[in-house]
Design a binder for this molecule. Structure first.
Ligand code: PEP
Ligand code: MG
Length: 918
């Protein structure tokens, strides 16, 4: 017979934390807490396997479940010393969902199950608290009607016509009629009348009476939780998070304990460390005389659990540490026990019933990137976790957040803190104060960094918020408009700085308890990670200088086996990328020297070359262009100090550089000694219908070998000069957009010839270099065994390879990609994350074929996907030598590569010479 039910309580359990697949996250951790001797209300978990069986049998609970549940219920009754459905000493239950991985708020819960006309008098007699009992009863009716009788039955009332809304309106109506501000102002009789009214409304709107039989309530609750696995919200959440439908949810049926039994009762949620900063401080909120849903729903403002949790908005409220010192101590001890056992930061829920503490839930807590980094390092130093675990604790994407500038911690300690608020957006920002969104935009346009200070923000302020370096509001919480918007942008933001009194008219702000009045134009500095506002300008530090970040990345590197390079086009980019840990350049797009600052002169000579009509004209223009190309490439080689630098020969179609304006055309005509009309005509001759597949890449060198020759000479001559100056450099010459080995052979002849000439010219015996190609056309991937015959390396140009494999123009996907993603026709944008099935198959084949011809062939990737963690994972899996990505994504790629190696169980490398891997 299948076992579907697992009990817990009274210091022992039938499961453990490792049973998440069977018991769901919540059930497994409840079992674990019981075994650790932590007070947990007894109960039982109906397994995820039962959920699967329920769906397999057309939404029917398996017959063997009945006896198992009844036996488990008996055990629960014995441990709790109460009887379910009993008239004198009744036990009440909760039915909660719990999937393998947390799906917050996506599935349903029913509390206070078991209250009926039979049990209510018994509980009233026992508790002598009729108000509490009637309050619990009206909550049960509300939740049960919503979850079991409406949602689980598949009823879909129009927006605002759902039973919960109807009952909520009734509650408001009664409160209003009684002149009550809060639910707690309603008395026992009011709540009793309200419950009766609720039942009548349920009957009217749902066509069935609210069940008065405790057993019917319990079974209804169990089935409703299973049903909620396939509720709309849960299904779409699973799609987004990639959670398989087959997993199913467990149901946790557990003895109810009450936080709303008067002033010695309470309920709360907490994190074992601060989830925003990672500080090793117990952090949480609690509410006296309330049930858990009150904390979550935000109906009442929760109080801090201790001094460490106080902020501007709640500092006047009484903490649990002061109100219930003994229970707080007990909770704090549980915090330590749990962290030791789970070796991670946990998010916990607790209830205090008449002075007795009960733990209702624990799970690994969500955290910001900063917190993830700080906790990983702290827990490593505390001996809680190993280096490997520490490296796995930060998601590569979270590093993004850490790459923002921070205030130099040394200076921050002694800085002039003027007010505190809630830490809503990461990093630090410094600027002049402005009080309106328009002023923020004007300040931005004038090139002045500003901090936008508002009472609170609304959607009209968005433009100003974007323009500001940081956002500060006096009101609002972590989910206010400003906080949501700023977090989405990764912008530094502090909200709810209650000590500020903003006067938008005079553009000033007073500060509680201080003589200082902030005015427009004053400089302030925000620490958005801590919620601190300082007067004046504080020195900022780059993430690369943050010692903890450095230590973490160095540690991650010890596990990494795949190289990480960067795509950099200028010596400046190259230096930035090196500071982020790039071990070489995987792609220099030579043509970028013709865009942007300082490009006027080289661009002019390039245009001359493009619009030349004869080989002689072209040669003359090329020799004028030559010194610029050489200087740029030499500078980049020099900046990388001996690390490999892959220089790609000119790639884009030439018409991209043809001058468009009459003035530029006339200037060029003068230089070439021809009429402006002729320039226009020659430009028009270069027009192509489909330039992406036209005269570009290697094809330019096939038709104009002198263009390739000039570039190759610039590379070798620059390298030779560096070598003679005693410097090391390793150029790698890369040919783009190839589709056949013959193209590589033809170009190689020029490389060999120029190389020999340069050795002779400079009188040097050796000039190390490598020669290879990009693989960005499907034919090249298919014929990689042949391509490898003439190449020492491959680099996957996955931008073009994706374009040509899908037949999606990379420049025109804006018109349809969102539809593909919204309609789930594609799981991800293949230009961001490698499409493993199609493009990935070509890459995998190319690697195998290339290395079959040339074992040890060096292979990298330089398309945009090279900095995407999921793609890095794929690159590791298929054995690439390195990934290459833009400078700011280098740390993300390093961490993703380290984690890929750890997941694959690779051994730690103790000694890894610099640049050895690539
Ligand atoms: C590519 O195609 O992936 C690539 C790196 O080259 P580009 O983006 O310059 O075409
Ligand atoms: Mg390309």
């Amino acid at each position: 017979m299948n076992k579907y039910v697992y009990t817990f309580g009274g210091g022992s359990a039938e499961g453990a934390a490792s049973d998440k697949n069977l018991l769901g996250g919540k059930g497994a951790n409840l079992a674990e807490m019981c075994s650790l001797g932590i007070p947990v209300p007894a109960g039982f978990t109906v397994s995820t396997e039962c959920c699967t069986a329920y769906y397999a049998d057309g939404c029917k609970l398996p017959p063997e479940l009945t006896d198992q549940v009844l036996a488990a219920l008996k055990k629960t009754e014995t441990i709790m010393g109460m009887t379910y459905g009993d008239a004198v000493n009744p036990l009440l239950l909760s039915c909660r969902s719990g999937a393998r991985s947390s799906m917050p708020g996506m599935m349903d819960t029913v509390l206070n199950v078991g209250l009926s006309t039979v049990t209510i008098p018994g509980i009233i007699a026992k508790t002598k608290n009729p108000r509490f009992v009637w309050d619990s009863y009206r909550r049960l009716i509300m939740m049960y009607a919503d979850v079991v009788m409406e949602k689980a039955e598949g009823l879909e009332p129009a927006l605002g016509k759902g039973i919960r809304k109807i009952l909520d309106e009734k509650l408001d109506e009664v409160k209003h009629a009684k002149g009550c501000k809060s639910d707690t102002d309603l008395g026992a009789d009011d709540l009793k009348t309200l419950a009766e009214a609720f039942k009548e409304l349920v009957r009217q709107h749902l066509g069935k009476p609210f069940p008065d039989d405790p057993m019917a309530q319990m079974w209804g609750g169990i089935a409703a939780v299973f049903k909620s696995w396939n509720g709309k919200k849960a299904v779409s959440y699973r799609r987004i998070e990639g959670i398989p439908d087959e997993w199913g949810t467990a149901v946790n049926v557990q003895a109810m304990v009450f936080g709303n039994m008067g002033d010695s009762s309470a309920t709360g949620v907490a994190f074992t460390r601060d989830p925003a900063t990672g500080d090793n401080k117990f952090y949480g909120e609690w509410l006296v005389n309330a049930q858990g849903e009150d904390v979550v729903a935000g109906i009442r403002t929760p109080s801090p659990i201790n001094d460490d949790t106080k902020n501007e908005q709640n500092k006047h409220l009484v903490s649990m540490q002061h109100a219930m010192p003994e229970t707080y101590k007990e909770l704090d001890a549980i915090r330590t026990t749990l962290e030791k056992r789970f070796t991670d930061m946990l998010d916990i829920e607790f209830t205090i019933q008449e002075g007795k503490l009960w733990m209702l839930q624990c799970r690994v807590g969500k955290r910001t990137g900063t917190a993830a980094l700080n906790m990983a390092i702290d827990m490593l130093d505390e001996g809680l976790i190993t280096e490997k675990t520490a490296v796995m604790r930060v998601e590569p994407k979270q590093l993004d957040e850490l790459l923002y500038p921070i205030i130099d911690p040394k200076t921050e300690k002694d800085a002039n803190l003027i007010v505190k608020g809630l830490p809503a957006g990461p990093g630090a920002a410094c600027g002049v104060l402005v009080f309106t969104a328009e002023d923020a935009v004007a300040s931005f346009r004038a090139g002045r960094k500003c901090i936008l200070l508002r009472e609170e923000t609304n959607p009209e302020d968005v433009e100003g918020m974007r323009a500001a370096a940081g956002i500060l509001t006096a009101r609002g919480g972590m989910t206010s408009h400003a906080a949501l918007v700023a977090r989405g942008w990764g912008k530094c933001c502090i909200v709810g700085a209650g000590g500020l009194h903003v006067d938008a008219k005079t553009k000033t702000a007073r500060i509680t308890g201080s003589d200082l009045v902030l005015k427009e134009g004053d400089v302030v500095t925000l620490n958005g990670t801590r919620g601190h506002v300082y007067f004046g300008s504080l020195p900022m530090m780059d993430a690369t200088e943050n010692p903890r970040f450095q230590r973490f990345m160095t540690m991650a590197d010890t596990f990494r086996t795949m190289g990480v390079r960067t795509n950099a086009d200028t010596p400046q980019d190259a230096r930035v990328a090196r500071s982020f840990g790039a071990e070489g350049i995987g792609l220099v797009r030579t043509e970028h020297m013709f865009y942007g600052e300082g490009s006027d002169e080289p661009l002019f000579y390039l245009r001359k070359m493009i619009l030349s009509n004869t080989a002689a004209e072209r040669k003359a223009a090329l020799s004028e262009l030559y010194p610029f190309v050489k200087a740029t490439l030499k500078g980049t080689l020099e900046a990388m100090e001996g690390l490999p630098v892959t220089i790609r020969l000119l790639d884009p179609p030439l018409h991209e550089f043809v001058p468009q304006g009459a003035e530029k055309q006339a200037e060029l005509a003068r230089a070439l000694g021809i009429a402006p009309e002729e320039i226009k005509k020659r430009g028009e001759d270069l027009h192509e219908t489909n330039p992406m597949m036209g005269h570009r890449g290697v094809r330019l060198g096939i038709t104009y070998p002198e263009v390739s020759e000039m570039q190759i000479r610039a590379i070798f001559e620059g390298a030779a000069e560096l070598i003679l100056a005693g410097k090391k450099c390793i150029p790698e010459i890369m040919v783009p957009v190839t589709c056949d080995v013959s193209e590589i052979v033809v170009t190689r002849k020029i490389v060999d010839q120029v190389h020999a000439e340069i050795l002779k010219q400079f009188g040097i015996a050796e000039l190390e270099y490598k020669y290879g190609t990009m693989i960005e056309i499907p034919r090249a991937a298919l014929l990689s065994d042949q391509m490898a015959k003439s190449c020492e390396f491959f680099s996957f140009g996955t931008n073009d390879l994706t374009q040509l494999t899908f037949g999606f123009s990379r420049d025109d996907i804006g018109g349809f990609m969102n539809e593909y993603l919204d309609q789930k026709l594609l799981a991800a944008d293949p230009f961001q994350t490698i499409d493993r099935d199609g493009v990935g198959q070509l890459i995998r084949m190319s690697v195998e074929k290339g290395r079959a011809t040339r074992p040890g062939l060096k292979i990298g990737i330089c398309g945009e996907q090279g900095g995407d963690p999921a793609s890095v994972d794929f690159c590791y899996e298929i054995g690439l030598t390195y990934v290459s990505c833009s400078p700011f994504r280098v740390p993300i790629a390093r961490l993703a590569a380290a984690q890929a190696a750890i997941k694959a169980g690779s051994k730690k490398l103790h000694i890894r010479p610099k640049g050895a891997k690539s």
